[in-house]
Design a protein around this ligand. Structure first.
Ligand SMILES: [Mg+2]
Length: 232
């Protein structure tokens, strides 16, 4: 690939499943949800129904834990008999609250990597989802002082990246976007002319999955600390 560290001055990070664990807590919440529907649907089907509801709601509710909770409620109301719905909704609200209250668990090497890059590069976070939830996770992560800029957007489109680069005063080719999603982090950033590093996560979300090209136009890394080899 044509990765060139020499041009990079701005390093932009995705947050969920790039800096800290996220999807595995959603999978755990889904498993609790599926247990609530156990009398009516087998677990795989409950999860599939929920996914379809989430996809149908994406444009209206956007990404994040609150939207996920609303989709669980909608799915439960759709499939459960009326006499079971009230109790299920009560439990779903608790599943959503537990998801939001979950402690932030940084991925291995994240803090050390950011500390080593900090001061040498302009570091920013660009993340999508619910504003309050993302702000809370950032504060709980303890990483905020290491970043020059934090940007929370409703969706990570090429124009969202262009706007970020304008705000940073960065030429796209001076920027490196690092993230676990080809769909949200890597390809839209490449489209603007920025470079990208792909850090696959073991626990991905079906919506973010994409097939990898045979000749990737991005840098693929196995851990965030691999950035140190190319950037320092
Ligand atoms: Mg992510």
């Amino acid at each position: 690939m044509s990765f060139s560290a020499a041009k990079v001055r701005f390093v932009c990070f995705d947050a969920d499943d790039t800096l800290w664990k996220n999807e595995e807590f959603y999978r755990q919440a889904e498993a609790r949800f599926a247990r609530l529907l156990a009398g009516v649907l087998p677990p795989e089907q409950a999860v599939e129904e929920l996914f379809q509801t989430e996809m149908n709601n994406l444009e209206t509710f956007g990404y994040g834990a609150k939207s996920f909770t609303l989709s669980m409620i909608q799915t439960a109301l759709h499939v459960l008999p009326e006499q079971k719905a009230h109790q299920a909704v009560t439990e779903i609200l608790q599943i959503g609250k537990d998801l939001i209250a979950h402690p932030v668990e940084l991925l291995p090497g994240v803090r050390e990597t950011l500390e080593k890059l900090s001061g040498k590069y302009h570091l920013s976070v660009i993340t999508k989802g619910d504003l309050l939830d993302q702000e809370r996770k950032l504060h709980k992560s303890g990483l905020v002082p290491l970043f020059n800029c934090v940007e929370i957007v409703s969706d990570k489109t090429p124009s969202a990246y262009r706007e970020l680069f304008v705000k940073l005063g960065a030429k796209p080719e001076e920027a490196l976007m690092v993230g676990n999603s080809l769909r949200s982090d890597v390809f839209p950033a490449l489209e603007t002319g920025a470079q990208a590093a792909y850090l696959p996560c073991a626990c991905g979300w079906k919506h973010e999955e994409m097939e990898e090209p045979a000749q990737p136009p991005y840098l693929k890394i196995a851990a965030l600390s691999d950035l140190l080899r190319v950037l320092l």
